[in-house]
Design a protein around this ligand. Structure first.
Ligand code: PRP
Length: 182
């Protein structure tokens, strides 16, 4: 285990099991669609989940990426998610599936929903790895959540603290002294 972690909350195997279940749910929803849905990874946090998820699916999909940032190196959302890199593909008349690592305050999801709906998507579905309802500031939620978690500072499998720990293959709770020392 990484030395900055207090404990591991989800192992690689536990994550894989939930990712497989999410992929099955998506296959059920989009398997008989005429046109492939457009899967959007909200970077950078969702990258690991996104890649594993689409590779578990049987349904043909198209993929695109958007970089959105609201935390920087802070532990509180700025409340104004910034679009750092926009999509390459138009979403008009597309079935869009947004893939998030975590829905926390809900500001990022709200911003993405407004943006994508405003661009004329045919449908908008959200799949999130984690839901942290205790921190919600906006009344919004994903259509599918893999895990609901307590208000703990978790990192790994894409989730960071000050851009670190994203490449851990498991998810763990960060030691308080790490984020309180600044
Ligand atoms: C994180 C995370 C989500 C968002 C969720 O992104 O990846 O996109 O915050 O928080 P919210 O519900 O409070 O908006 P961040 O802005 O930290 O950028 P990152 O994905 O590059 O880590």
């Amino acid at each position: 285990m990484n030395k900055d972690l207090e404990s591991i909350v989800l192992t690689k195997e536990q994550i894989k099991e939930k990712v497989t279940a999410a992929a099955k749910w998506l296959d059920g929803k989009y398997g008989s669609c005429e046109n492939p849905p457009l899967f959007i990874s909200v970077l950078k946090g969702s990258v690991m989940f996104f890649c594993d998820l689409v590779r578990e699916m049987q349904t043909p999909v198209q993929i695109d990426f958007m970089t959105v940032s609201s935390y920087g190196s802070n532990s509180e959302s700025s409340g104004m998610p910034k679009i750092v890199m926009d999509l390459a593909a138009p979403v008009k008349d597309r079935d869009v599936v947004l893939v998030e690592d975590i829905v926390d305050s809900g500001y990022t999801l709200q911003r993405m929903r407004d943006l994508i709906s405003g661009r004329g998507a045919k449908s908008f579905t959200v799949v999130a790895l984690f839901d942290k309802p205790a921190r919600r500031k906006v009344d919004i939620k994903a259509d599918y959540n893999c895990f609901e978690i307590e208000d703990e500072f978790i990192v790994g499998y894409g989730l960071d603290y000050a851009q670190q720990y994203r490449n851990l293959p498991y998810v763990g709770i960060l030691k308080r002294e790490i984020y309180e020392k600044k």
